[in-house]
Design a protein around this ligand. Structure first.
Ligand SMILES: Nc1ncnc2c1ncn2[C@@H]1O[C@H](COP(=O)(O)OP(=O)(O)OP(=O)(O)O)[C@@H](O)[C@H]1O
Ligand SMILES: [Mg+2]
Length: 367
């Protein structure tokens, strides 16, 4: 009688302990960012953690796994695990949603010794690794782009050297012409390497905001003066309109010089001859706590499809034209990274045939 009472009490305690343990496991699983499902032998979902419910819009359990993860590879792998052919399977899976998403899928048998046959259970976990795959692809594309961009001036240089050593060996006029072209290619390569170094330095310092007080008026005047030779060559002029009470910004003077150097240089390069590139620096009329510096040009403008891609490295609307002008296609990528560091942003407005406006919005110090 006493032992029966003891046994009953023991069972109550055990049940309470088990229920607490179950709750703890559920809390732990709900805290994970990885989607976790428990499926039975028929691949019916018996449990889904918070991430699984949110990511796969799982409203009820007792749903078929395939209707939630519509991928044959997943169903086959789950079958192998549930029938004991494999204890665990790990594979990469891309689901063709509105935006394709890549997951690392792991399916593991649960309680393989006690739960067998129709009682078998498996844990299915899916980790979204799209950002890792995207970063890898970007790195591969970047290396391919850099190699291509470095190879093209080198190929030209080798070609010129061969000509100078061969057919044009004694041609003084050709020597002059080829040496000028070679010097152009060499300086483009030099710029490319300088721009690549600038970009990697900027990315490393992006999280550390600058701290100097910068007078934009002198930055803009300096940039305009340095672009005099280009203006003469392109037969354009730059007009500067700077508000007299323009407040200083917290920034890095050299980096802001690089931003406006590229934007104004682009304005001059991509304008029609005998036009004016207007640079206006003022308080943003719609946001008192920021400055708006806009560069208006009267060039051919841009088709809207190009605008979102302009700040990508090496993206150029007309590659040949940009290269001929000594461009590397890294200018606007550098601008973007400098502006991120300055907690500022770029807005591009352009109409084909009518020209473009590139506006920089910079926060004013102490607001
Ligand atoms: N004001 C503009 N008008 C028309 N197209 C422009 C303008 N600014 C930039 N673009 C287009 O955007 C592309 C990218 O510009 P970006 O400044 O990054 O490179 P780039 O000027 O070609 O080379 P770099 O800046 O290295 O000299 C340019 O090649 C050009 O096609
Ligand atoms: Mg440029």
């Amino acid at each position: 009688m006493l032992s029966g009472l003891f046994y009953g009490t023991f069972q109550v305690i055990l049940r309470a302990e088990l229920s607490m343990l179950k709750k703890s496991v559920k809390t732990i699983l709900d805290g994970l960012s990885v989607a976790v499902f428990v499926i039975d032998a028929q691949q019916i979902i018996r449990f889904g953690n918070n991430a699984a419910r949110d990511r796969f819009a799982l409203t009820a359990t007792d749903t078929d796994l395939f209707s939630v993860i519509p991928a044959k590879d997943c169903t086959t792998a789950a079958n192998h695990v549930l029938t004991g052919q494999q204890s665990t399977v790990s594979l990469e899976l891309t689901l063709q949603d509105v935006v394709p998403t890549t997951f690392r899928l792991i399916i593991t048998r649960l309680d393989a010794t006690t739960r067998t046959g129709a009682d078998a259970r498996a844990i299915v976990s899916l980790e979204d690794i799209s950002h890792i795959r995207e970063a890898e692809q970007m790195r591969i594309d970047f290396v391919a782009n850099v190699s291509h961009e470095l190879r093209s001036p080198l190929t030209s240089l080798s070609g010129f050297i061969e000509t100078l050593q061969g057919p044009a060996k004694n041609d003084k006029v050709a020597h002059e012409r080829f040496l000028t072209l070679m010097s152009g290619e060499a300086s483009r390569m030099n710029r490319l390497i300088g721009d690549l170094l600038s970009l990697s330095k900027l990315q490393a310092s992006e999280r550390v905001p600058p701290s100097e007080s910068v007078n934009l008026s002198s930055v803009l005047r300096g940039v305009a003066a340095s672009l005099e030779p280009l203006m003469k060559r392109e037969k354009n002029t730059i007009s500067l309109t700077i508000s007299p009470d323009l407040p200083a910004v917290i920034g890095d003077a050299d980096e802001l010089t690089q931003v406006f150097q590229n934007l104004i240089e682009n304005g001059v390069k991509y304008s029609h001859p005998d036009t004016v590139v207007e640079v206006i620096a003022e308080r943003d009329p719609s946001h008192e706590n920021q400055l708006r510096i806009s560069v208006h040009d009267h060039g051919e403008g841009l088709d809207p499809i190009h605008i979102p891609r302009l700040t990508e490295r090496f993206y150029r609307v007309d590659k040949g034209r940009s290269r001929k002008m000594g461009g590397t296609g890294l200018g606007l990528a550098i601008v973007k990274h400098i502006l991120i560091r300055h907690r500022a942003y770029l807005h591009i407005d352009s109409k084909p045939g009518l020209g473009s406006v590139f506006s920089v919005f910079l926060p004013i110090a102490d607001t």
